[in-house]
Write a protein that binds this ligand. Structure first.
Ligand code: HEM
Length: 151
């Protein structure tokens, strides 16, 4: 029975992390071009990114909670490989970059385009948003690598 519970929680962990790692990659396809276009296209792009954010936050929280449950079901922190714990700790900077840099850049872009600003003058915010996305993604892939290392 406990084997099936572990299986179920691990399946949830993998589904949630797949959405958290893969979702943002798809969400940002073509955004630089659409932001640069300015006007209604850029505004719709910001709104779309803001609308999809809660889905990624839910996936992130599900990944963290199911991960914590896996640690518990494995017998506690002392029983888990250090690579898993390092990976779990890296989730903190991911959240910090997401909330501090990524979201702020997006809200800045929304204000910028709502005030009639064009794509060219939004370049600094666009660069900041893409940098934050790339940093988050690099950390997520690092955690993924740590979770699946064969030792
Ligand atoms: C970006 C975030 C994360 C990703 C991409 C991720 C991915 C994965 C993957 C792919 C596995 C399966 C490894 C395998 O069976 O070879 C795994 C296992 C595991 N993850 Fe995560 N994980 C993430 C975050 C977390 C967090 C935050 C925790 C803890 C709070 C955690 C705890 C665990 C544990 C304990 C296992 C081992 C399960 C076992 O013994 O089979 N993970 N993770």
């Amino acid at each position: 029975m406990s084997g099936w519970i572990f299986f179920g929680v691990k399946l949830l962990h993998l589904l949630a992390m797949a959405l958290w790692v893969g979702g943002p990659v798809i969400a940002v396809v073509g955004v630089r071009k659409r932001f640069a276009a300015g006007g209604a296209v850029a505004t719709a792009t910001v709104e779309q990114l803001l609308a999809v954010t809660p889905v990624f936050i839910a996936a992130a929280l599900t990944t963290v909670l199911s991960g914590a449950a896996l640690i518990h079901l494995s017998g506690g922190i002392a029983r888990v490989a250090p690579r898993i714990l390092i990976g779990a700790a890296l989730v903190v900077p991911i959240f910090a970059i997401g909330g501090g840099l990524n979201r702020r850049a997006l809200l800045g872009l929304r204000d910028h385009f709502a005030a009639g600003g064009d794509g060219a003058s939004a370049e600094r915010l666009i660069a900041r948003f893409i940098l934050a996305h790339n940093l988050e993604q690099a950390l997520r892939v690092t955690v993924l690598a740590l979770m699946v290392l064969p030792f």
